[in-house]
Design a protein around this ligand. Structure first.
Ligand code: PHE
Length: 347
C-alpha cells in the first residue's frame, strides 16, 4: 500500500511547508476537502468488491486519521509560533532604567519652622495655626493698640477691601500676635468652668504681611509667635526658654543673648532679643531675632483672663531671619523668588 504511505508523507510535507494558518487550510483542502486526495480515495471504494472494500476502507481511514493528526499538530505549532512572536514583540525590557523624577524637598523656611516646632514642642509648647486675613480687633485693638494710636503705624498694614462685623476693614495680619488672642481666648473658654486652668504654652508660626520690601524685608514674610501664660510665669522664664531655644536651634552654646529694652503696645516691659555668636563669620555681631515682653494686663484681660491672677510673656520671632543666619543667606528675597537653583541647595 505504497500509495497510501506516500499520501501521508506528502501531506505531512505540505503541512510542514505551510507557513501561515491560511496556507495550512489550503493544504488541508488538497487532502481532506471535497476533491481532496483522501476524499477521492474514499470515493474510489465503490468500485471495489465487498471484501476488498473492507480492508482498503480500513487502510484509507487510517491514512485519514494520520493526515488529520498531522494537520492538528501543524495548526498547534503554527499557533505556538504565532504566540511566541507576539510575546517577543510585546516584551518589556525590565532592565531598562526608569525615567528620572526630580526629588522634591522642603523649602528652607519650612525646614526652619519645623525645627522651631520641634524644639518648642520638646519644651511643652503646642503649635497653633490661624487665619492670615484678620480683624481689626485681633490684629490691633485686643493687643492694646488703641484706635488712632500712633503705634499702629509701626506696621504698614495691607488692608483688605472687606469689613468685619464691627464695620472695620479686615487686614492681612502684619504679625502673628493675633494668634495670642485667638489661642488664649479659646483656651480660657475651654477651662472657664474648671476653677483652674492649665498654663497656656503655645507657638504659632505662619505667614505675615507688611508694605515693606528690601534685602531684609519682604511684603510677605514669616513670624512665629510664642505665648506662655500661667499664675507664676516670669521674665526669667522667657530668658531661660529663649536661650535654650537659640542654643538648640543653632546647635551651639557658643552664643550670647541680649534683651534690649523696647516698646510694643501689647507687652510691658518689652525687649528686643539679640544674639551674638562667639565664633564663625558673624562673630561678635549683635543680630536681632525677636521681639518679646511680659504680656500687658490689658491684653490678658482681652484673653478673657484675670490679669491679677495670670501673667506671662510673649515673643515674636522671624523664621526667615533665622533661616538666613542658619544657612548664611544675605538676601531675604532669595527665599521667595522660587529659583530652584537656589532652593535645591537646601534639599
Ligand atoms: N508682634 C511683634 C512684631 O511683629 C513682635 C512681638 C511679639 C513682640 C510678641 C512682643 C511680643 O514686631
Amino acid at each position: 500500500m505504497n500509495d497510501l504511505d506516500d499520501l501521508v508523507q506528502s501531506a505531512e510535507a505540505d503541512f510542514a511547508q505551510a507557513a501561515t494558518p491560511a496556507e495550512l487550510e489550503n493544504a488541508k483542502a488538497r487532502y481532506l476537502g471535497k476533491a481532496g486526495r483522501v476524499t477521492e480515495l474514499l470515493k474510489g471504494l465503490i468500485t471495489l468488491a465487498a471484501d476488498e472494500k473492507k480492508s482498503r476502507g480500513a487502510a484509507i481511514n487510517q491514512v485519514k486519521q494520520h493526515v488529520e493528526a498531522a494537520l492538528v499538530a501543524r495548526r498547534q505549532s503554527l499557533a505556538d509560533a504565532d504566540l511566541e512572536r507576539q510575546l517577543q514583540a510585546e516584551a518589556l525590557d525590565v532592565s531598562l532604567p526608569g525615567r528620572q523624577r526630580g526629588r522634591g524637598g522642603l523649602h528652607p523656611v519650612s525646614r526652619v519652622i519645623e525645627r522651631i516646632e520641634a524644639i518648642f514642642g520638646s519644651m511643652g509648647f503646642e503649635v497653633a495655626d490661624g487665619p492670615e486675613i484678620e480683624t481689626d480687633w485681633t490684629s490691633f485693638t485686643a493687643l492694646n493698640n488703641p484706635e488712632n494710636h500712633p503705634a499702629r503705624s509701626m506696621q504698614d498694614t495691607f488692608y483688605v477691601d472687606m469689613k468685619d462685623a464691627q464695620g472695620r476693614w479686615l487686614n492681612l495680619r502684619p504679625h502673628t500676635s493675633p494668634m495670642q488672642v485667638r489661642f488664649a481666648r479659646a483656651h480660657a473658654r475651654k477651662y472657664a468652668d474648671c476653677g483652674a486652668m492649665p498654663e497656656i504654652r503655645v507657638i504659632a508660626p505662619g505667614r505675615t504681611y507688611r508694605v515693606d520690601s528690601d534685602a531684609t524685608h519682604s511684603p510677605m514674610f514669616h513670624q512665629c509667635e510664642g505665648l506662655w501664660i500661667g499664675e507664676n510665669v516670669s521674665f526669667k522664664d522667657l530668658k531661660v526658654v529663649f536661650t535654650d531655644f537659640c542654643r538648640s536651634f543653632f546647635e551651639t552654646d557658643d552664643l550670647r543673648l541680649r534683651f534690649r529694652p523696647s516698646f510694643f503696645p501689647f507687652t510691658e516691659p518689652s525687649a528686643e532679643i539679640d544674639i551674638a555668636f562667639s565664633s564663625g563669620p558673624l562673630k561678635g555681631q549683635w543680630l536681632e531675632v525677636a521681639g518679646s515682653g511680659q504680656v500687658h494686663p490689658n491684653v490678658v484681660r482681652n484673653f478673657g483672663l484675670d490679669p491679677e491672677r495670670y501673667i506671662g510673656f510673649a515673643f515674636g520671632m522671624g523664621p526667615d531671619r533665622l533661616a538666613m543666619l542658619r544657612y548664611g543667606v544675605n538676601d531675604l528675597r532669595l527665599f521667595f523668588d522660587n529659583d530652584l537653583r537656589f532652593l535645591a541647595q537646601f534639599m
